[in-house]
Design a protein around this ligand. Sequence first.
Ligand SMILES: Cc1cc2nc3c(=O)[nH]c(=O)nc-3n(C[C@H](O)[C@H](O)[C@H](O)COP(=O)(O)O)c2cc1C
Length: 214
Amino acid sequence: MKNFVLTCLAACALSGQVVAQELTSISLRAPRTSGGITILEALSQRQSTRAYAPQMLTDQELSDLLWAANGINRPESQKRTAPSALNYQDVDVYVCMEKGAYWYDAKANKLEPIIDEDLRKLAANGQDFAASAPVVLVLTSDLSKMKGGDTETNRLLGAMDAGIVSQNISLACAGLGLATVPRGTMDKASLAKKLRLKDSQVLLLNHPVGHFVE
Ligand SMILES: Cc1cc2nc3c(=O)[nH]c(=O)nc-3n(C[C@H](O)[C@H](O)[C@H](O)COP(=O)(O)O)c2cc1C
């Protein structure tokens, strides 16, 4: 019996390693930092869209989108395209796709694997259109990055910081000709578990992103 239990434990540990090996980190293309439509045109075109074509974003579109969301735009100071209260840089962007979920490492311009499961349904949480988008970006604020930690004021600051990242995403989508909608709806308890969030990370918003349906 003891041997059987040990064999099972070894098999589970091994399968855990296999899962970790299956999804590897993805180096993103260099984001485009010029060109496109003007900011006034992007503001004119910003809208919420709740239907998406099934085709995946191109590698360039994904890189541009993530950089616009919360990428590094001043390498010398490591500051970001989105401002944050006291430069806490508390917002993390998770990328949920059919093949799995990743954390956007803005500093390395990479996607780091979290889990090889499709979490888009958990983000959709009943709004089926959201699970049909090829990419769902999930935004969290990490209160442990703020002085004082989990306080009412810091939760407000975190929500504002995530709101700004969300608007960056909406405007980037307008500029890139992509469809999106900011959403507060999601299965937060399940997502927190599957994305292996720290207790200090608050789930705030998500953005399904895809091409427009012709
Ligand atoms: C904080 C926030 C949460 C939202 N949550 C949802 C949501 O859960 N589901 C949804 O379909 N739209 C959601 N929306 C989108 C709004 O319904 C939408 O922005 C609003 O109807 C105005 O439309 P517009 O974005 O095209 O101007 C949310 C918007 C914001 C700013």
